[in-house]
Design a protein around this ligand. Structure first.
Ligand code: ADP
Ligand code: MG
Length: 189
């Protein structure tokens, strides 16, 4: 079910030399999807434009191709879906659906600060998936700044505790690929 992916990206079109700090061996190992059988998580951290969404989509595609159920969403969209479901009294159904997917990809945690109810619902999602399925999170913020998005230090600690218990961390800091491409276009229009 790759139908809801915002774009199709694969590792075939990913230039690892553009982001030398990224562990290519680890990424290619993850693309084999064994972490999903172990219910391990992945966190990709780095500034904007460094390929976090590309890598998350490529891992999602690899998982789909291996037959795993995959859901791709952004943190902001997931939280608004959870809030809407709660208002419409169908939260349990959505939570059950979210807990049963083999790979849940939550992109862009960090750009939009969450309400306290939103942060609690997001925490519940992690809690319900803990050791049941794999979650990929991408964020522009280092862990020490996650409290600024989630509001509460206690909640952030508990969320990170679950998320990072079995985790591979991809460090993706570097120059923005978008900026590099537009600079190259200006040189060679
Ligand atoms: P981020 O999510 O970290 O902000 P994206 O994954 O959206 O960055 O990358 C921005 C654009 O640049 C996308 O079109 C993506 O496919 C492309 N891109 C980023 N890094 C690379 C790379 N190393 N090789 C090929 N394309 C890349
Ligand atoms: Mg992104």
């Amino acid at each position: 079910r790759a139908a809801r992916f915002p774009a199709v990206k694969s590792f075939d079109t990913f230039d690892f030399t553009a982001i030398p700090g990224l562990n290519k061996m680890l990424v290619l190992e993850l693309a084999r999807c064994e972490y999903i059988l172990r219910r391990d998580n992945i966190i990709a951290l780095g500034n904007s434009g460094t390929g976090k969404t590309h890598v998350a989509l490529a891992l999602g595609l690899a998982a789909c191709q291996k037959g795993f159920t995959v859901t791709f969403t952004t943190a902001a969209s997931l939280v608004s879906q959870l809030l809407e479901a709660r208002d419409e009294r169908r939260l349990l159904k959505l939570q059950r659906d979210l807990a049963s997917v083999k790979l849940l990809i939550i992109d862009e945690l960090g750009y939009v600060p969450l309400s306290s109810t939103g942060a609690e619902l997001l925490f519940e999602t992690f809690s319900q998936r803990y050791e049941r399925g794999s979650t990929i999170v991408t964020s522009n913020l280092p862990f020490e700044d996650w409290t600024s998005v989630l509001g509460s230090e206690r909640l952030t600690g508990a969320l990170l505790d679950r998320l990072t218990h079995h985790v591979s961390i991809l460090t993706m800091n570097g120059d923005s690929y978008r900026l590099k491409q537009s600079a190259a276009r200006r040189r060679n229009p």
